[in-house]
Design a protein around this ligand. Structure first.
Ligand SMILES: [Zn+2]
Ligand SMILES: [Zn+2]
Length: 200
């Protein structure tokens, strides 16, 4: 499977996909919404403000082109490392240092083939953080994180930790901790301005 940004400058190969992924997830949290709005990509949120991600192991992503357009944003000094392609402001992945998780943005799968995820993974498996949804979240959305959300991703994370899948991440240097480009940390002011606009 090849993923790519909107304009195709950034491209990566997922040689094992869809093996190992726990499936499609949606997060309605304030941070995911803030990130999309910061990129001016609210068009990628669902009608209740949800962000869809498909987790894969960092070790199973091979960047083929456009490494130079990748940018890394943190919404706060302790926040997730959120990656996007600066050529066309397409969100790419959210990651944590040393963690076997790259939550790939659904858009990188669907630029070339809009129904790809529906065909390969079926419906969204778990929806979390519904307390921040715009209006009414789809039925079955957990208010925060529920047991269903937990068991959806737990085997993926456990296997990833046991088999060293956080290592050799294309987003981090050899040490697994240093992002390949310096992370931009949103200032408290910038963050507050977006949150206020969104009513959080
Ligand atoms: Zn692009
Ligand atoms: Zn979120």
């Amino acid at each position: 499977m090849q993923i790519q940004c909107e304009c195709g400058t950034f491209r990566a190969q997922l040689p094992n996909f869809p093996r190992n992924t726990p499936g499609r997830l949606a997060c309605y949290c304030d941070d995911c919404q803030t990130f999309a709005h910061h990129l001016n990509r609210a068009d990628l949120l669902d009608s209740a403000g949800g962000t869809e991600v498909i987790p894969v192991y960092p070790a199973e992503i091979r960047i083929e082109a456009g490494r130079e357009v990748l940018r890394c944003l943190r919404l706060s000094p302790e926040g997730l490392y959120r990656w996007y392609a600066s050529c066309c402001n397409t969100p790419v992945a959210n990651t944590r240092a040393g963690f076997p998780w790259a939550g790939l943005a659904h858009r990188v799968f669907t630029v070339k083939d809009p129904s790809y995820l529906d065909r390969t993974l079926g419906a969204i498996k778990s929806r979390i953080m519904g307390r921040y949804a715009r209006g009414k979240a789809p039925s079955g959305t957990a208010d925060k994180i529920d047991f269903k959300g937990f068991i959806t991703v737990f085997p993926f994370i456990a296997k990833g930790l046991l088999t060293g899948k956080a290592k050799r991440s294309p987003f981090f240097a050899e040490d697994g901790r240093t992002p390949i480009v310096p992370a931009i940390v949103l200032s408290l002011q910038e963050r507050k301005a977006i949150r206020q606009r969104l009513g959080f």
